[in-house]
Design a protein around this ligand. Structure first.
Ligand code: URA
Length: 265
């Protein structure tokens, strides 16, 4: 297992102990010990097995961080953007600079997004061979019926280059009275307001692929439009219902291990 060798100020900033500027000052002022010795050079090289004490507290090193974010609408899945708010903006200034989102949700899609600095995890999770379930809750303009469910089960022809693999569709209900609040990202929505006349179906769908606009395109191919889309599960990881939109929490060790296994508990 390769060892990370890094500057002392980077070690502490990776562990969220402060900004690089603050930490350089703290180190110079003598707040830090390495393996029992006071070190005042912020550029002193350490590794993850060194015993670092900062302000009398031991700071163990975690190479990898894994989070679930409840993504709101109107935010793009990217690491940085000059003009638009990105999902990493929720992690604040002090975040590790190597964090990035796993996969992508559309700007108007909400819900479960995993964020990590473990590049191998991205790769292992997104590999199509893994067949990891992605479950979405959606509202559809008009009535979704049993015939639609059977088409999802058979695999929907979307266009010449994309036929979706068989997917599980669950029809949770239908309401004749659609509300303005049934639509996602109202300000930017391209959703047809005809749902206000046609009523709204609530469904869940489980796919194992992650093609661009996959769920919207599958419904569109059946002549129906998604008006709200929320990812609620990836493999064994269920979106924590206590997480408000725009907030995140660390994955537990158990959640990471279960995903690593094969996406299932
Ligand atoms: N399918 C979509 O259409 N959009 C998403 O963001 C995710 C899945």
């Amino acid at each position: 297992d390769e060892e990370d060798i890094m500057r002392l100020d980077k070690f502490l900033s990776d562990m969220n102990m402060g900004t690089r500027t603050e930490l350089k000052r703290d180190i110079r002022e003598g707040a830090v010990q390495v393996n029992g010795e006071k070190i005042t050079d912020p550029g002193f090289m350490v590794n993850e097995n060194d015993e670092i004490i900062f302000a009398f507290l031991s700071v163990p090193y975690f190479r990898y961080e894994y989070y679930m974010l409840n993504k709101p609408a109107g935010v793009i899945t990217a690491t940085e953007d000059r003009y638009q708010k990105t999902v990493l903006d929720f992690f604040g200034e002090r975040r590790r600079k190597d964090l990035s989102p796993v996969g992508r949700l559309d700007k108007d899609t909400v819900g479960l997004l995993l964020v990590t600095n473990d590049g191998g995890f991205h790769h292992r999770l997104l590999s199509p061979k893994k067949h990891i379930d992605k479950e979405y809750y959606a509202r559809i303009d008009g009535r979704v019926d049993e015939a639609d469910r059977e088409k999802f089960e058979k695999g929907i022809y979307v266009d010449e280059i994309f036929t979706a693999l068989p997917a599980k569709l669950m029809i949770d209900g239908y309401r004749e009275n659609a509300l303005e609040s049934d639509f996602m990202d109202l300000a930017n929505s391209r959703a047809p307001k005809s749902a206000l006349e046609n009523g709204v179906s609530e469904i869940r769908v489980v796919v194992q692929e992650g093609k661009f606009h996959q769920i919207k395109r599958m419904f569109h191919a059946l002549g129906k439009e998604v008006i709200y889309l929320k990812r609620i599960r990836i493999g064994s990881i269920v979106l924590d219902p206590t997480l408000e939109e725009g907030t995140y929490r660390r994955l537990t060790a158990g959640e990471v291990a279960a995903l690593e296994k094969n996406g299932h508990m």
